[in-house]
Ligand binder design. Structure first.
Ligand code: ATP
Length: 406
């Protein structure tokens, strides 16, 4: 059977993955076999999410009625029902659900009615609390098929420590990243000297290590020194896979979806108040603004070097008329030049234009020249892919160390 759960936490505490890790132990205690624990990230632009729009799924061998009962009881025990935005959903199914629902939940928006219709068709057991919105994520999780997958080990805190400041050795995190990158990523941000994998929210997570496989995340995890830890769970995930991206064209982008959009830069990048950088691009018919926000730090240095005529592929979510850049491919560079009247060979003075299409003339000696002086402006930017730093990376964004988007 497949068990799906979502929407159990609030900004004040809890985390659906922690509830899932506890559930795994309860199912094992009931002599069930847990084949896989899966953590899926859904559309990152869903506004009613708590943090990273995660949902969880377990592939389990055992009695579905009993598993459903245990799961529902655990949700009632641990979910933060006091929060208006916490609307848990639990699904147990022994039949596979159409993966198109999962694809839609990652790239677009779904309704509770769509989820319920799918669950009814499959004859699934399900329960939704309050407005039942968690059924969307829970259904998407059990419908998930991962073409590309990564791993994350989540190390949770002892329950007595929940809410207090975390104690994880910064040095050990930097050492773990140095020893295991590019097989693990986003533990720390070397360029900005920042720890990335330790949350600051009052949830049960102490730290999480992301990587290519359970072995690699475990290798890094074993190097990390910290306060006394609670339970730990290795998850199969769609994090770092770019699963949220759709091919897009300017003028045909839908708000709150995420795209790869080709086009030409049409305006010089400008740095606005707060350090946010923006430029316009165009694919022939329509223009769109691209934004590199201040938290994208050194990525903005790349964006500021773009000039009109550069061919790019902008990657990110379309929000309120702008593409919020996660990555960019510089396909080809324009060759900007300064054009001015030539110097007179005899006088070494700059000539003046003699009128449109009439060439240039020296005011002193009347010498003439047909062509202007063209000086190409040298560019240090190289074509290729560029990405935001780990501190600004979204869960679903594929780090370039895993390969370039297809
Ligand atoms: P949690 O740790 O509880 O999962 P979160 O940040 O992942 O926290 P949720 O609290 O789960 O966010 O809130 C997200 C809500 O949005 C859930 O109710 C989920 O069912 C719903 N949801 C997720 N993806 C979509 C989507 N594509 N369309 C509509 N609703 C969605």
């Amino acid at each position: 059977m497949l068990i799906g759960i979502d929407d159990t936490d609030s900004p004040q505490g809890m985390c659906t993955t922690y509830l899932g890790a506890v559930l795994v132990r309860r199912l094992i205690h009931e002599h069930m076999l847990v084949r896989e624990a899966r953590l899926v990230r859904l559309n990152p632009n869903v506004t009613w999410k708590t943090r990273g729009n995660a949902a969880i799924m377990f592939d389990v061998e055992g009695d579905p009625a009993r598993a459903f009962e245990i799961s529902c009881r655990l949700v009632e025990e641990l979910a933060d029902f006091s929060c208006e935005n916490t609307n848990p959903g639990v699904v147990v199914t022994d039949r596979h659900l159409d993966p198109a629902f999962f694809k839609k939940a990652v790239t677009d928006f779904c309704t509770t009615d769509e989820a319920v219709a799918l669950l009814d068709t499959a004859g699934a057991r399900y329960r939704g609390w309050k407005n039942r919105r968690g059924l969307i994520g829970a259904t998407a999780a059990v419908a998930s098929e991962l073409a590309d997958k990564t791993s994350e080990i989540l190390v949770y805190r002892e329950p007595s420590a929940f809410g207090s400041p975390r104690n994880v050795s910064r040095e050990s995190l930097f050492a773990a990243e140095a020893a295991t990158f590019p097989h693990t990523w986003d533990t720390v941000d070397f360029a900005n000297g920042v720890v990335v994998c330790v949350p600051h929210t009052p949830d049960p997570v102490l730290f999480g290590i992301r990587g290519e496989s359970p072995r690699w995340v475990m290798a890094a995890r074993q190097m990390i020194e910290s306060e006394k830890t609670g339970i730990e769970q290795i998850w199969v995930t769609n994090q770092g896979t770019d699963a949220h991206l759709l091919p897009g064209t300017t003028g045909h982008l839908t708000d709150l979806l995420s795209y790869l959009v080709p086009g030409s830069v049409t305006s010089k990048p400008e740095t606005k108040e707060g350090g946010h950088v923006s430029f316009m691009m165009n694919d022939g018919d329509f223009s769109v603004r691209c934004m590199a926000y201040e938290p994208t730090k050194n990525f903005r240095t790349i964006i500021r070097q773009l000039v009109p005529g550069d061919e790019v592929i902008a990657v990110g979510s379309f929000k309120k008329g702008s593409i919020n850049l996660e990555k960019i491919r510089i396909v080809s560079l324009a060759r900007p030049a300064t054009i001015r009247p030539p110097l007179c060979i005899s006088c070494n003075k700059r000539m003046t234009s003699d009128g449109k299409g009439k060439g240039y003339k020296c005011k002193r000696c009347d010498a003439r020249a047909a062509e202007p002086e063209v000086q190409e402006i040298s560019r240090s930017l190289e074509p290729g892919w560029y990405e935001v730093p780990p501190t600004a990376r979204r869960h679903l964004a594929k780090p370039l160390c895993r390969g370039e988007p297809e």
